[in-house]
Design a protein around this ligand. Structure first.
Ligand SMILES: NC(=O)c1ccc[n+]([C@@H]2O[C@H](COP(=O)([O-])OP(=O)(O)OC[C@H]3O[C@@H](n4cnc5c(N)ncnc54)[C@H](OP(=O)(O)O)[C@@H]3O)[C@@H](O)[C@H]2O)c1
Length: 199
């Protein structure tokens, strides 16, 4: 299984740190030449490989860590996302519900990445929290996952475990998934709730 993070700002780098900490290789890409962020990637660890966007989207699992407004541009990098899993880490805070046709933002993202399997997740914590070691007080930091595809949710759940987190599945994007999505100028009820699970 190969992994990529599209967007290497606050949240992209927080995710890259989790991959590096767990010794799992991950490609990272932005709109820029990979040379321009190679030193930032190297500072995180040798597991973090800067690539062009066109190369990075060849990964099996693609984390979408760009601003919500940029998701359509990333989606255009491939004619079809068939066979790929997209992890939507965006928060559409401030985007009007009318602009989204009244649907949850992750549904709009899923439509843009046609053919792909979409999992909403890793988006409910601030980057400064997500980047920390998820082993906390003898437990593991919780990440929430929502998807209309149970297989994709299971796949990303297994990855979250490998990254050291405790995944909690919330169900479909328009069901439990609403708890971790922004709508207009309000946040889902679980956003910013930094929870730890004890086994
Ligand atoms: N910051 C947080 O604490 C936090 C927490 C949870 C969720 N989120 C969500 O995560 C997403 C990213 O937030 P952020 O704070 O990390 O933003 P950011 O610091 O502005 O980083 C955005 C990254 O996306 C890249 N990018 C922009 N357009 C792109 C495109 N078309 N193709 C490829 N890369 C592109 C940017 O690089 P270039 O412009 O140089 O190409 C930059 O590396 C947002 O949707 C936000 O709501 C953020």
């Amino acid at each position: 299984m190969s992994y990529a993070i599209i967007g290497f700002g606050s949240i992209g780098q927080a995710l890259a740190k989790a991959f590096a900490r767990s010794g799992i290789e991950v490609s990272v890409a932005t709109t820029r030449d990979p040379e321009s962020f190679a030193s930032a990637a190297a500072a995180i660890g040798p597991e973090v490989i800067p690539k062009t966007l066109a190369e990075a989207v060849k990964a099996d699992v693609v984390f979408l860590a760009v601003r919500f407004e940029s998701h359509k541009d990333v989606a255009k990098a491939l004619p079809s996302w068939q066979g790929k899993t997209i992890v939507d880490v965006t928060n559409a805070y401030g985007v009007s519900p009318e602009e989204l046709g009244g649907q949850p933002s992750s549904k709009a993202v899923a439509q843009a990445f046609s053919g792909g399997r979409l999992v909403k997740g890793f988006n409910h914590l601030a980057a400064a929290v997500l980047e920390q070691d998820p082993a906390v007080h003898g437990g593991r930091r919780v990440v929430f996952l929502a998807s209309d595809d149970d297989g994709a949710a299971a796949e990303i759940g297994a990855l979250a475990e490998n990254l050291g987190f405790a995944p909690i599945k919330l169900g479909g994007l328009s069901e439990g998934g609403l708890l971790v999505q922004a709508r207009g100028n309000s946040w889902g009820q679980l956003i910013f709730k930094d929870l730890v699970k004890f086994d």
